[in-house]
Design a protein around this ligand. Structure first.
Ligand code: ACO
Length: 402
């Protein structure tokens, strides 16, 4: 078999692959997906094995450094995360410049990029020690930035990171504590958020991760590449789908449309409506993350002693789609975004923060891919195109144009 470079050199042919549906862009040892069988593994470990003692920080380490941390590594990394949770005062002033209604994803991307200004010492990542400090700094600070973006949107003062609390409780503390009333994080809430974050932590060459790798291929720094990743994640066909799913379920709940009518609309190509949280480029089976999240949503609501009518609606949509030849033939199943919002909503995360939560979860994956690529020292990413414009035209001076 000829590799693509040799093929081009010999024949001048270019492979046209819109959406890169069948183009491998790199070799990677981080995450594997078996889309036919619905299997997802982080560094070889099936994700189901994280369900019952979910620990996002442990998974972040696993993805970035390639193995589960031992007790010492875990303690040191956790301490590093706690130590660098504060934002520089200069960064805090940035928040004031954003309107209250600013989309939190815009703030997140801008602030991650701004870290480049405040931590230039982390640019020169010539050794693993320095890279570890940059990775810990970013994983820690994205949580502070996310919480402050929320506090800014509701016009409440920022809450300093807690000097002792672990990653998830500390995030919820910054989101929901007040100077006069500290938020108390229930273990089941902590576990649910840990699980949501770790199930989002990596998914090989998805749109945002490929963006991070593409930006990183020009040797742009880690912060710049991850800021670009946030922008790619924002769209409703990618991470923004978790917000779109909630809006869809609410619309049905408010009685504006029935589940059956919604599915009918989603099948009509002229409607431009899709069944949000359904379908995936790689999975031609159930997305294993969706299966876990569906179980956790049920379990969490039961433990909280609540019912959420949106969960019933989601189940109903899934049922209708399962019986419908349109979805069966196209192998469209619930993806990670279908049930995650129900969990986030149950623990009090506002809808406009859902995609930010996805970004927090995905960050270790972005960092792992950026580092893997930097280590491999590959070529700059530079796809080709098929030009379909006019062959050759002459410039026409302004006063001679019609
Ligand atoms: N609802 C209705 N029809 C759909 C859906 C859907 N959710 N998803 C795909 N289809 C149809 C398409 O119309 C197309 O039909 P056709 O063959 O008659 O033209 C066929 O299924 C294939 O769809 P593509 O858009 O070609 O699939 P692609 O792999 O490019 O897109 C994507 C995958 C973006 C996830 C798509 O399924 C989608 O838009 N889903 C809804 C948005 C969503 O949930 N995104 C989150 C994805 S997971 C993640 O990023 C975390």
């Amino acid at each position: 078999a000829l590799d693509i470079q040799t093929l081009r050199a010999r024949t001048g042919l270019i492979a046209l692959d819109p959406g890169y549906a069948n183009t491998g862009s790199c070799r990677s040892a981080i995450t594997s997906i078996d889309g036919e069988r619905g299997i997802l593994r982080y560094r070889g470990i099936p994700i189901e094995q994280f369900e019952h003692s979910p620990n996002f920080v442990e998974v972040a380490w696993l993805l970035i450094f390639g193995h589960l941390p031992n007790a010492r590594e875990y303690a040191d990394f956790s301490a590093e995360l706690t130590a660098c949770a504060n934002l520089d005062e200069g960064m805090k002033h940035h928040f004031e410049g954003f309107p209250r209604a600013a989309p939190p994803m815009a703030i997140l991307s801008a602030m991650i990029n701004a870290l480049s200004c405040f931590h230039p010492e982390l640019f020169e990542l010539e050794d693993e020690q320095r890279f570890r400090a940059a990775a810990a700094g970013l994983i820690s600070r994205i949580r502070t930035i996310a919480a402050y973006a929320y506090r800014h949107s509701i016009g409440r003062p920022y809450i300093y990171p807690h000097p002792e609390q672990r990653y998830v409780p500390n995030f919820l503390h910054m989101m929901f504590s007040d100077p006069y009333a500290e938020y108390v994080c229930e273990p089941l809430v902590r576990d649910a958020i840990n699980l949501v974050l770790l199930l989002h932590a990596d998914h090989e060459q998805n749109c945002s991760t490929s963006t991070v790798r593409m930006v990183g291929s020009s040797q742009a720094n880690l912060f710049a590449a991850c800021a670009a990743g946030v922008c790619a994640l924002w769209g409703p066909l990618h991470g923004g789908a978790n917000v779109a799913v909630l809006r869809m379920l609410e619309e049905i709940h408010q009685g504006r449309i029935t589940p059956e009518q919604y599915v009918r609309l989603a099948k009509d190509r002229d409607s431009k409506v899709r069944l949000m949280g359904f379908g995936h480029r790689v999975y031609k089976q159930f997305d294993p993350r969706a299966q876990i999240l569906a179980r956790v949503a049920e379990r969490l609501l039961a433990q909280l002693g609540r019912r959420d009518p949106l969960l019933d609606i989601a189940r109903r949509l899934e049922e209708i789609a399962r019986e419908d030849p349109y979805f069966v033939e196209r192998q469209l199943y619930p993806n990670v975004d279908f049930y995650s919002g129900i969990i986030l909503r149950a623990v009090g995360i506002p809808t406009n923060m859902f995609t930010v939560m996805f970004a927090m979860g995905r960050l270790p994956g972005w960092i792992a891919h950026w580092w893997e690529q930097a280590g491999a020292g590959g070529r700059i990413a530079r796809p080709r195109q098929l030009y379909v414009g006019p062959e050759s035209l002459d410039y026409v001076p302004m006063d001679e144009r019609g």
